[in-house]
Design a protein around this ligand. Structure first.
Ligand code: TYC
Length: 150
């Protein structure tokens, strides 16, 4: 789990003749940035950059950008029936909270109506919500929790 990748960026398809409206200084800056970036300096066996621009004789390199995944809050909702000890047990078991932290979160939800159990990537958040709701249902407690994008 972790990082998503997206397609290449920072590529110039040519120089001068395509009318992109970018100046020479911009081109040189971008080219230098690409050439000095460690992760883009992998060369072919012949020692040349892999994406040499054959038409223009200018070495260009594509870059694969890593992006941080979106994060999601798991929110717990108060109700009048779920026992406090059950909520504390859920927070300890599925959200890895200490007994003290679980008690603090439970009391916050009890008093304010809603509280944050933790912040996770989408799949992890979804798993924790399902674990919580499944256990609550098995014990016939109406406890609810939801996911909210940060
Ligand atoms: N309000 C519940 C009670 O008084 C306790 C409770 C706390 C229930 C937090 C749900 O998310 C909750 N027994």
């Amino acid at each position: 789990m972790g990082f998503c990748t997206s397609g290449p960026d920072g590529i110039y398809s040519g120089f001068g003749t395509h009318g992109h409206g970018r100046g020479l200084a911009d081109f040189l800056t971008r080219t230098r940035r690409i050439e000095t970036s460690q992760e883009t300096m992998k060369r072919d066996d012949d020692g040349r950059n892999g994406d040499d621009d054959l038409e223009h004789g200018i070495a260009l390199k594509s870059r694969t950008k890593t992006k941080k995944p979106s994060m999601y809050k798991v929110l717990m909702l108060n109700d009048d029936y779920t026992p406090m000890e059950f909520v504390v047990h859920v927070l300890e078991s599925f959200f890895s909270k200490s007994h003290e932290e679980a008690t603090r979160i439970m009391l916050h939800v009890h008093q304010k109506g809603v509280g944050v159990c933790g912040v996770y990537t989408y799949e992890v958040a979804e798993t924790k919500v399902n674990q919580t709701m499944d256990l609550a249902q098995q014990h016939q407690h109406p406890l609810q929790c939801t996911i909210e994008k940060e």
